[in-house]
Design a binder for this molecule. Structure first.
Ligand code: Z5A
Length: 212
């Protein structure tokens, strides 16, 4: 419970295709952890509140056009501008639940045809998550959920390519979650996995950097 002076918070990332349920589940996870007395915050990328984030937001809503490489680097810059605060929060004992992170950056740009290694390069040196929860759903099932189709990237064919690129990023920190089940079932499964991770981090598991 809570955090002692030498324990740190966990860095937990939720990833997946559009409408897989990341936002729903990440806010429920924060509520759950806070209910247990842990310090926890929900962060999302892109963070549309910064000036870089506003450029990204206008690109995503098709109000502006940018070269694919340029927007890729802006997404990355948007993570770099939060990096030191992220480290401070984690070292201060706060668990961060992230709605998207570097994996989205690589998967979405790679799906457009940019090189896999080129896409990874600007992420090198950011903090490595302790856990990546991939909410697995087909683009067809996701499209049946509310609000699909308003932003750039929200097309089934493109989302299929993104899913394939995500598979190239899977490593030992990942857990693949069946996201087609009722919200409450997914919620329960995530609670167990995340609590276990929070405890490991409290016990001193060191922070590391992408992608080394
Ligand atoms: N992008 C990028 O290219 N490069 C980067 O570096 C980053 C991102 C960080 C914006 O992301 C776009 O930016 C995104 C990737 C790209 N493009 N796409 N696609 P975003 O996170 O702002 O937007 P989003 O992916 O479209 O997220 P979303 O719309 O907020 O979806 P979600 O968070 O996964 O799902 P949700 O809001 O929790 O749920 C969607 C709906 O489904 C909602 O009505 C829920 O009530 C419902 N739902 C949720 N769970 C369930 C279950 N289990 N059953 C039934 N219905 C459910």
């Amino acid at each position: 419970r809570g955090s002692s002076s030498n324990s740190r918070g966990a860095l937990v990332v939720l990833e997946g295709l559009d409408r897989c349920g990341k936002t729903t589940q990440s806010s429920r996870l924060v509520q759950y952890l806070e209910g247990l007395g842990h310090s926890a915050e929900l962060w999302r990328f892109p963070d549309r509140t910064t000036s870089v984030g506003q450029m990204i937001s206008s690109y995503l809503s098709n109000e502006s056009q940018l070269d694919d490489h340029t927007i890729h680097l802006l997404f990355s810059a948007n993570r770099w501008e939060k990096r030191s605060l992220m480290e401070t929060k984690l070292k201060g004992g706060t668990t961060l639940i992230l709605d998207r992170y570097s994996y989205s950056g690589v998967a979405f740009s790679c799906a457009k045809g940019l090189g896999f290694e080129w896409c990874k390069a600007p992420e090198v040196g950011l903090l490595t998550p302790d856990l990546v929860l991939y909410l697995d759903i087909s683009p067809e099932r996701a499209a049946e959920r509310g609000g699909y189709g308003c932003e750039r990237y929200e097309q089934i064919e493109f989302q299929n390519k993104v899913a394939k690129c995500y598979q190239l990023l899977v490593d030992s920190k990942w857990q693949i979650i069946d996201a087609c089940r009722p919200m409450e079932d997914i919620e329960k499964e995530l609670q167990e996995i995340v609590l276990d991770c929070v405890k490991r981090c409290q016990n001193g598991e060191p922070l590391s950097h992408l992608w080394s």
